[in-house]
Each structure stands twice: as structure tokens, then as C-alpha cells.
Design a protein around this ligand. Structure first.
Ligand code: NAP
Length: 267
């Protein structure tokens, strides 16, 4: 990668879903990409695809970002990337069950991935971006950051952390040339709900957005140095408005999602 003069984009969770689309879009716009995830074989496949399709350099960095040593290793790598133009901190997952019943180890992994890794990677890239007076940081949070739901406690809480981290950081970045965005998608077609083991039952078809739509809105807002918070899709902008000011109007949708997360059979 060192011989290239192209800007570099780092994307965590690039083997599937939203992160994978970010990797494709940023490669298509002339970035070399450094892709982080746990599945080495899938990462290699994505890198090969991107290199062939776009004539850029794509490198795989295998890491489990819920592991402290791996977070530190990735952060150290990013600290020394002088071409780093864009960081997309996207890797994440959901769980089912209540705080009482959910596997405590899984909850701890979520806290490290969504909270610790997000902070350490942003902290690693900021000094270089500030020195160069340019850079884009996108943290993938969620509409769930406005929707407290039983069976979703740490997911809700960590997504609030990510959104608020970006909203507060933006105040520190005024006039620095560095832009930060909290991308807050609603239900998006990815592997997320398959990995969760819930499929997509209970959530109406109209509520789903394609990952391409989510990423394209995010990148357009980032290019225009728009608002910090990005909620893709008009229907989710309305849903966020209602969640903030009239959550009772979404009662039935939220009940269905709650049943699913609690692993209770819908009646
Ligand atoms: P996805 O298709 O399941 O992709 C998740 C990605 O994260 C995969 O590339 C996975 O790769 C990686 N990953 C998971 N755990 C990791 C770990 N410990 N270390 C490193 N990489 C890890 O899900 P997605 O929907 O695209 O999710 C991306 C982000 O969007 C998440 O932060 C999620 O919370 C957020 N989001 C999703 C939705 C939705 O409805 N899909 C809605 C709102 C927000 P490996 O398995 O290879 O590690």
C-alpha cells in the first residue's frame, strides 16, 4: 500500500452489509481501502473483488474488535497511516434476551466493540486528520438510539453512546477541516438480523431499506459536510421525529420488535 498516493479509507465490518457497501463505494471513488473484520477468507475475497473492479489497493486486516489486544493493534496501525482520509467505524451486532437472561460474555463483547473500539479507533486517526486539516469519520449508530426496547438494553445504550460521541465530538472539530457523522440507519437488509437469529419476522416489508441507500445518503451528507446525524430515508426521518416527540404512535411496531428480541412467540 505504501507506493500509492490515493487517499485511504478504513472500514470496520467490511465483509457484509453496510460496511461492505461502504467499501465498494469508497473504492469506486478512488480510495485505497483497509478492511477490518474477523473472517479472513471473506476479507480476502472482498479485497480481490475491489482491486479488480476499481484498480485500487485493498488490504485485509483481520481483527476481532471486541478484543482489547486487537483493538490496540488496529488503532496502532491507523495511527501511522499518513494517507488516511476516511474512517468508517461500522462493525456491530445485536443480541436477544433480557439483561438477566442474555449471555454476559456477549454483552461485554458488544460494549467493547460498539464503545471501546469506536473510541480507540477515532482517537487513533484524529491527530493525523487534524494535522492535515482534513478527514471524514463516520460511526454507524442506529435509529435504536432513540428507541429504548426490552431485550435490546445494551444495543440501545451503546448506540446512544455512538451517536452522542459524534454529536459532542463535532463541537470539538469546528473549523478543523475534520467532519464527523453519526449514521443512524433504521431496519436495513444485511446479515444483521440473520446473525441475531431472528430473521425479519414481525417487521413489515415497508420498513426495510437497502444497504446501498443507507450508504449513499451517508456519503452524500458527508461530502456536503452536512449535519452530524444522518438518518437515511424519509420514513425513518419521520419515525425518529415520532420516537422523539410522540413514541406512543409507534406502539404496535415497537411491541412486535420487543417480542422478537425477548424471544417470546408472537400471539
Ligand atoms: P452485518 O451484515 O451483520 O455486518 C456486520 C459486520 O461487522 C460484518 O462485516 C462482521 O464481520 C463485522 N463484525 C462483527 N463483529 C465484529 C468484531 N467483533 N470485530 C470485527 N468485525 C466484526 O450487519 P450490518 O447491518 O451491516 O451492521 C453494520 C452496522 O450497522 C452495525 O453497527 C449495526 O449495529 C448497524 N445497524 C444495522 C441495522 C440493520 O437493520 N441492519 C440498523 C441500524 C444500525 P465478521 O463476522 O467477519 O467479523
Amino acid at each position: 500500500m505504501s507506493m500509492s498516493s490515493r487517499p485511504l479509507a478504513v472500514i470496520t465490518g467490511a465483509t457484509s452489509g453496510i460496511g461492505n457497501v461502504f467499501a465498494h463505494r469508497l473504492a469506486a471513488s478512488g480510495h485505497d481501502v483497509l478492511l477490518v473484520a474477523r473472517d479472513a477468507a471473506r476479507l480476502d475475497t472482498v479485497c480481490a473483488e475491489l482491486g479488480t473492479a476499481h484498480g485500487i489497493q485493498a488490504e485485509a486486516l483481520v481483527a476481532d474488535l471486541s478484543d482489547d489486544a486487537d483493538i490496540a493493534r488496529v488503532a496502532d496501525r491507523l495511527r501511522h497511516e499518513s494517507r488516511l482520509a476516511t474512517l468508517v467505524s461500522n462493525a456491530g451486532f445485536g443480541t436477544r434476551g433480557t439483561i438477566e437472561t442474555a449471555d454476559p460474555a456477549g454483552q461485554s463483547r458488544m460494549l467493547r466493540l460498539h464503545v471501546q473500539a469506536t473510541h480507540e479507533l477515532v482517537h487513533a486517526v484524529l491527530p493525523g486528520m487534524l494535522a492535515r486539516r482534513s478527514g471524514t469519520i463516520i460511526v454507524v449508530a442506529s435509529v435504536a438510539s432513540w428507541s429504548p426496547t426490552a431485550g435490546n438494553v445494551n444495543y440501545n445504550a451503546t448506540k446512544v453512546y455512538q451517536r452522542m460521541y459524534c454529536e459532542a465530538l463535532a463541537h470539538e472539530l469546528v473549523d478543523t477541516g475534520v467532519y464527523v457523522q453519526a449514521l443512524c440507519p433504521g431496519f436495513t437488509y444485511t446479515e444483521f438480523h440473520d446473525r441475531l437469529g431472528s430473521g425479519r419476522k414481525g417487521i413489515p416489508g415497508w420498513a426495510w431499506l437497502p444497504a446501498e441507500r443507507v450508504v449513499d445518503e451517508s456519503l452524500a451528507q458527508a461530502k456536503g459536510r452536512g449535519a452530524v446525524v444522518c438518518v437515511p430515508g424519509k420514513r425513518f426521518k419521520l419515525i425518529v421525529f415520532l420516537l422523539k416527540y410522540a413514541p406512543w404512535m409507534l406502539g404496535s411496531l415497537r411491541q412486535r420488535y420487543r417480542r422478537d428480541r425477548l424471544n417470546v412467540t408472537p400471539q
